[in-house]
Design a protein around this ligand. Structure first.
Ligand code: ZN
Length: 335
């Protein structure tokens, strides 16, 4: 099965936390946390459409300027999601610069920033050509913690305790489709944009008799075939559960955090989780509202996560990172 999302850490395990998720077929990407982005080349940053910020401690938010620098002057909408107070912070970052010539820009660069509050999602629009003045959108209530709901995927967020509210996220592909190329060939049908349209139609739950138009050219002549969605679906599509990727950083280990995290991350194919401290330093971890590698492993195990990528290691373990990795795996194997 060809996965839709290709996530990877932006920096090494001691660097600023952040995950870049490439979205296959769509020429777009998602970003979890906004720390140091210098390892991402501009062409990758330009693909980013949505950014999910756990909280605004410096190591999770200092990449905002680079993101802005690269995207400014482009025809682009960038959506950013963060904890309560996030809009204010983005606005103040923007307010630190002078924007006197932007009304002449030919491109429309737009930021849509959302505060993820327990009972509501509050969004503002900040347009470059409008010198990033705040325009308020109607707040909406999240259903089941879903903060972004698109045709093919959704993102959920929960608020965890890091002495301040800190968001953890789960990215879920709704269903996964494999096109059976051999069947397609046998039916004499070409690959093309129509396949994407057909998948969208299946996701929408369109009726089985919905006509699907396949158009192509053969020896210069236009060809067309119209087939019902239902029979095409059963012939060429293999439908499997979608990928689930979770991201959790900066949470203290206590029961309430554990319960919220487990509910969010349950059954993830892949989990990115902080492993800040060793269990021998658990008091320090608690003082700083971080997890130990052992605690991260227990959480991952309880959530039934298939694969874990540990990161966000404290610099005190520089040169000893394997200890953190081993501790995480030990906790995951313990029954
Ligand atoms: Zn942190």
């Amino acid at each position: 099965m060809k996965p839709l999302f290709h996530p990877r850490l932006i920096n090494d395990v001691f660097g600023d936390p952040g995950v870049y998720v490439e979205y296959l077929f769509e020429k777009r990407a998602l970003l979890f946390d906004l720390g140091d982005l210098h390892r991402l080349p501009p062409r990758r940053i330009l693909k980013v459409t949505d950014v999910f910020v756990s909280h605004t401690h410096l190591d999770h938010f200092n990449g905002f300027d680079r993101l802005l620098r690269i995207c400014l002057g482009r025809e682009k909408r960038l959506r950013l999601f963060g904890p309560p107070g996030f809009i204010e912070r983005v606005y103040h970052k923007l307010s630190a610069y002078t924007w006197n010539l932007v009304e002449n820009y030919t491109n429309n660069f737009l930021l849509e920033v959302t505060d993820v509050e327990p009972a509501s999602l509050r969004t503002v629009r900040l347009r470059c050509r409008n010198a990033f003045r705040m325009e308020h959108k109607e707040p909406r209530a999240p259903v089941d913690n879903v903060i972004l709901d698109e045709e093919t995927f959704r993102v959920r967020a929960v608020r965890l305790d890091h002495s301040i509210p800190c968001l953890a996220f789960a990215l879920e592909e709704k269903v996964h489709f494999n096109i059976m190329k051999n069947k397609l060939e046998a039916m004499g049908l070409p690959v093309g944009a129509w396949l994407k349209e057909m998948k969208a139609s299946v996701v929408r739950g369109d009726p089985e008799d919905t006509p699907v138009r396949v158009r192509w050219k053969k020896e210069g002549k236009a060809q067309e075939r119209v087939m019902p969605l239902g029979s095409l679906k059963s012939e060429i599509l293999q439908i499997t559960p979608g990928q689930k990727i979770s991201y959790a950083v900066d949470l203290v280990y206590h029961q309430e955090n554990a319960e919220k995290f487990v509910k969010l991350a349950r059954g993830s194919d892949l989990l990115f989780i902080e492993c800040c401290f060793l269990q021998e330093d658990k008091d320090l971890a608690a003082q700083k509202y971080h997890l130990t590698a052992y605690q991260a492993g227990l959480l991952a195990k309880t959530a039934g996560v298939k694969r874990v990528i540990p990161f966000h290691f404290s610099p005190r373990y520089e040169g000893r990172d394997q200890l953190l990795v081993d501790e995480l795996h030990k906790a995951m194997e313990n029954r």
